[in-house]
Every structure is written in C-alpha cells, then in structure tokens.
Design a protein around this ligand. Structure first.
Ligand SMILES: CC(C)(COP(=O)(O)OP(=O)(O)OC[C@H]1O[C@@H](n2cnc3c(N)ncnc32)[C@H](O)[C@@H]1OP(=O)(O)O)[C@@H](O)C(=O)NCCC(=O)NCCS
Length: 170
C-alpha cells in the first residue's frame, strides 16, 4: 500500500461523499440522518479547498482510490470564532485501523500550524474507541461530555468534546 495525503481535488468529491454516506447510514459518527448528494456538497468542497483554516485532505492509494478524508471547518458561525476550527476524519470502512486517520491528522495539523488558528476542537459521539484513541494521540484534551444531545437510530447519543492548541508549544 502506498498512500499519499494531499489536498482534495474535485474528482475526489464523489468518493468523499460515498465514505461519508456510509457513516450516515450506519453510525452515529455523524449526526446527519439523510445521505448527502455530491451536487449538494460542492459549496462545502469549495469552502475547504482554497487554503486558509478550512481544509479538506484525502488519503489516496493509486490502486484503491480515496481511502479517507479529514477536514477542518467552521466551529460556530459568529466571526469571533474564526480562529477556532472543528476537525473531523472519516476512513473508508475497509481502510480503518491502518494508520490512515493518523496520517490524515498529521498532515492536517502540520498545515494548520501555519494558519491563523488558535484552537482545534472535535466532538466524538460515544462510544467510538478508535476516534478517542486518535484524538488522544494528537494531544486533544477532553473538555466534557454533552449527554443525549443527538437522536439517531431511535436512541440518544452523548458527545465528548475535545480541544487542542493549533500550534504545538515552542
Ligand atoms: C476514527 C477513525 C478516523 C480512526 O482512523 P483509523 O485509520 O481507523 O485509525 P488509525 O489506524 O490511524 O489509529 C489511530 C489510533 O486509534 C487506535 N485504534 C484504531 N482502531 C481502533 C479501534 N477499533 N479500537 C480502539 N483503538 C483503535 C489505534 O491503535 C491508534 O492508536 P495509537 O495512536 O494510540 O496507536 C476511523 O476508524 C474511522 O473512520 N471511523 C469511522 C468514522 C469515525 O468515527 N470518524 C470520527 C468521527 S469523530
């Protein structure tokens, strides 16, 4: 396996959406309830592919195609929040546990270290041991748990929130 991590290109959008929709259908990793359409994600794609604090990276294998993606996005819309980004990462189901989440976050955080970003945050619907391990590995601190804040698959879900400096301390 020879995997490259790079900025997403327009031709990656369909596989990015396919990976996302898998988790829409099967998991509380995302609180979307309906699958998304590629055409409806064009604006989102454009907002994350011109540099700056909001980025979209893919892990791609020449033979296997897009195996995962990671993004840094708007945390909350009010302008004073622009120096905070929310990070998320999704691997193709057959590509989990192969170190790709780690590769994607490594590259994303290296890129964000040069941007005007002060804090990175992440929300993890519980349970999700792989995501918890990934965020712990990258130094995210657990701030607390919002209980029963999402309802999906006819049950309520708790979400643990994490934060980290965007730049490692000197
Ligand atoms: C969460 C996710 C992105 C992690 O990426 P990954 O490529 O599977 O994970 P990696 O192989 O890079 O491993 C990262 C860490 O998680 C650990 N890990 C991986 N899978 C695990 C599992 N099933 N249970 C416990 N720990 C696990 C690894 O041991 C590693 O820990 P370490 O750095 O302390 O050694 C991936 O599993 C995924 O896409 N899950 C479904 C979608 C999702 O939950 N996204 C996150 C939303 S918050």
């Amino acid at each position: 396996m020879s995997v490259a991590v790079r900025a997403a290109r327009r031709e990656d959008l369909a596989p990015i959406v396919a990976i996302y929709n898998h988790y829409v259908r099967t998991s509380a990793a995302t609180f979307d309830l309906q699958e998304v359409a590629v055409d409806d994600r064009t604006e989102w794609f454009e907002a994350h592919t011109h540099g700056g604090p909001h980025r979209l990276l893919v892990a791609v294998d020449d033979a296997e195609g897009v195996l995962g993606w990671a993004t840094s996005s708007t945390f909350r819309p009010r302008p004073a929040y622009t120096t905070t980004v929310e990070c998320s990462v999704y691997c193709r189901p057959d590509a989990r546990g192969r170190g790709l989440g780690r590769l994607l976050y490594e590259r994303l955080f290296a890129e964000l270290a040069h941007e005007d970003v002060e804090r990175m945050v992440a929300g993890v619907a519980l349970p999700n041991p792989a995501s918890l391990a990934l965020h712990a590995r990258f130094g995210f601190r657990r701030i607390g748990v919002f209980t029963r804040v999402g309802r999906k698959f006819d049950r309520y879900w708790d979400v643990a929130w994490f934060e980290r400096e965007a730049r490692p301390p000197a």
